[in-house]
Design a protein. Structure first.
Lengths: 117, 106
């Protein structure tokens, strides 16, 4: 149980284009999903918290117009990197917390490796 | 915000050895999770342990919330245990430590 998927697993795009990454909770409903970013040999940094049916909350220093987050259903959140640049190349990981659950445990997707050329 | 420190940053052991990884945090938390990040980047949930002790096979973890630290024990290490181990703490949001890179040599 508690499986989170991400699609695509790997994407290469040209500078200036936009890329959408999907995060799905497969066997549970998630009112809250989280998006993280990880650079090589570094830790995970939280980018934003996504709540179903409302606007995402972005961490300080994260450009909300560049990283568009939509959480339209209890099982799907999307992250769109707009006008991507090489410095946006990174590993993006989402997580989800079960709706109505008693614990704060988060379940993580397998990640999406974005390369901007 | 909450600070998370993991130690040691790197650990190299021979197969069969035991290891202890430590996570210190600066504030009271409702969530503490240990993860193993595999070579493909996937975070594998090891333990959800805001307090107390849990065991799963060769792995066990203890969190002493009043003293703000958690320990991850790995016994009889195998080469497949190699990778980066993260602890993450918080409540609504998780703050990750910098990780411990564990290398198990055959």
């Amino acid at each position: 149980g508690a499986v989170v998927s991400q699609h695509p697993s790997r994407v290469i795009c040209k500078s200036g284009t936009s890329v959408k990454i999907e995060c799905r909770s497969l066997d549970f409903q998630a009112t809250t999903m989280f998006w993280y970013r990880q650079f090589p040999k570094q830790s995970l940094m939280l980018m934003a918290t996504s709540n179903e049916g409302s606007k995402a909350t972005y961490e300080q220093g994260v450009e909300k117009d560049k990283f568009l987050i939509n959480h339209a259903s209890l099982t799907l959140s999307t992250l769109t990197v707009t006008s991507a640049h090489p410095e946006d190349s990174s590993f993006y990981i989402c997580s989800a917390r079960e709706a109505g659950g008693l614990s704060y445990e988060q379940y993580f997707g397998p990640g999406t490796r974005l390369t901007v050329t | 915000g909450i600070q998370v420190e993991q130690s040691p940053p790197d650990l190299i052991l021979q197969e069969g050895a035991n290891s202890t990884l430590r996570c210190n945090f600066s504030d009271s938390v409702n969530n503490l999770q240990w993860f193993h990040q595999n070579p493909w980047g996937q975070l594998i949930n090891l333990f959800y342990i805001p307090s107390g002790t849990k065991q799963n096979g060769r792995l066990s973890a203890t969190t002493v919330a009043t003293e703000r630290y958690s320990l991850l024990y790995i016994s009889s290490s195998q080469t497949t245990d190699s990778g980066v181990y993260f602890c993450a703490v918080g409540a609504q949001k998780l703050v990750f430590g910098q990780g411990t890179r564990l290398t198990i040599n055959p």
